[in-house]
Ligand binder design. Sequence first.
Ligand SMILES: Cc1cc2nc3c(=O)[nH]c(=O)nc-3n(C[C@H](O)[C@H](O)[C@H](O)COP(=O)(O)OP(=O)(O)OC[C@H]3O[C@@H](n4cnc5c(N)ncnc54)[C@H](O)[C@@H]3O)c2cc1C
Length: 459
Amino acid sequence: MNRRFDAIVIGAGQAGPSLAARFAGAGHKVAFVERGRYGGTCVNTGCMPTKTLVASAYAAHLARRAADYGVMLESPVAVDMQRVKARKDKVVRDASWGVEKWLKGLPNVSLFEGHARFASPTTVRVGDDVLEAGRIFVNVGGRALVPPMPGLEQVGFFTNSTIMDVDFLPDHLIIIGGSYIGLEFAQMYRRFGAQVTVIEKAPHIIAREDADVVQGVLEILRSDGVVVETSAECMRVEKRGAHIAVKLDCAGGAREVVGSHLLLAVGRVPNTDDLDLDKAGVKTDARGYILVDDKLHTNVPSIWAIGDCNGRGAFTHTSYNDYEIVADNLLNADNRRVTDRLTAYGLFVDPPLARVGMSEAEIRKSGRRALVGKRPMTSVGRAVEKGETQGFMKIAVDADSKEILGAAILGVGGDEAVHCILDTMYANAPYTVLQRAVHIHPTVSELIPTILGELKPLA
Ligand SMILES: Cc1cc2nc3c(=O)[nH]c(=O)nc-3n(C[C@H](O)[C@H](O)[C@H](O)COP(=O)(O)OP(=O)(O)OC[C@H]3O[C@@H](n4cnc5c(N)ncnc54)[C@H](O)[C@@H]3O)c2cc1C
């Protein structure tokens, strides 16, 4: 059946539902298409389930350390993986259902549950329905990359999606990929009680981070008992009886890891290969990311791409910000741009890493004259009181303009504390404003003004 709308939104990820609600609220007739679970990656297989599992793992970790706090448990800590999974499932189900209920209750929004494919620059097919609109917004997200690794076809493996069904404790979980997703799973499964080995192809985990950040995260993982193997330049996978062996050297040398289960966490690919983008004439880059301008407009006047599928961000907050940019520009005649966005993200191991702005390496490359302040968490009162003193806080500023250039907080509460730095950067205020702010005692944030009073030239 042919149906005409003012706008079509494809994908109920982190940008699509809010965009649909905003257009519908402004009186536009919107068609919304979703082929899977409402809420997309973040809600179903990404941020929400992982952070829920990280919380269970933290509870197990703290319980094991109870005696450090003078709390005596009478029996050893046991983790019931079925209950861990049930807790995670409930959080996910409630959130997904919240998005679904919201979308289904929106006036002016018609829902189409199925796979969308372009038929022309202004037409989308969903099963037998043909939807037409002058504006089409693509929020199709991405999925786990399964690399062409020799032997992979012989063994079973998990991705971030399929591991969500696990309700047992793997004996030895091998994780290929030492980046953000892989490391969160590594620490959580280790804390649940599994043996865990992370295998990273590069010489370092989280390759884009500064050496001190890499070292700090490594120390945290190793203190939990996670084994990390790096420089595995050419991996091969083999079935070894009921086990899985991963060879780390091309030459077939002795370096190998044998485990019971395998998780692949080696990157993401955009869900753009099954959209028939060619029928609309939409251009992508070589990896399939939809090419967009600074306002998220594709090369086709009627089509915008928002969220992970445009390659301009890989986070829930960047996807949500894409929605805000497009909605404000189209509905409020605003002039918002992706390049106004500052880099900010977290790595939710415990304690977490929060990063904003430039790394030290990027500052050096830029040639700017910079000052840096750094303090270990052992000298942060709140961390000492909590008995969680791993990590450090580091802030870099421009020595001439006094602008904050970047920060890394690896430590308890760092994921929240970092926002005073980020907001000062968004306010375009010099670091001296934050240096003179009076923060609440006792918090992790209260040391940020102090650090800004201890700046030294970047080595
Ligand atoms: C394990 C993991 C942990 C993560 N943790 C964090 C975190 O802590 N913080 C953070 O900011 N980010 C995190 N992320 C990233 C975050 O999940 C994504 O950046 C976020 O979901 C944004 O995605 P999106 O809006 O682009 O689309 P998605 O959330 O991927 O949603 C896309 C939707 O489009 C639908 N769709 C796709 N193709 C079609 C089609 N042809 N027709 C109809 N529907 C279609 C899909 O079914 C899906 O529902 C994590 C990701 C993973 C994998």
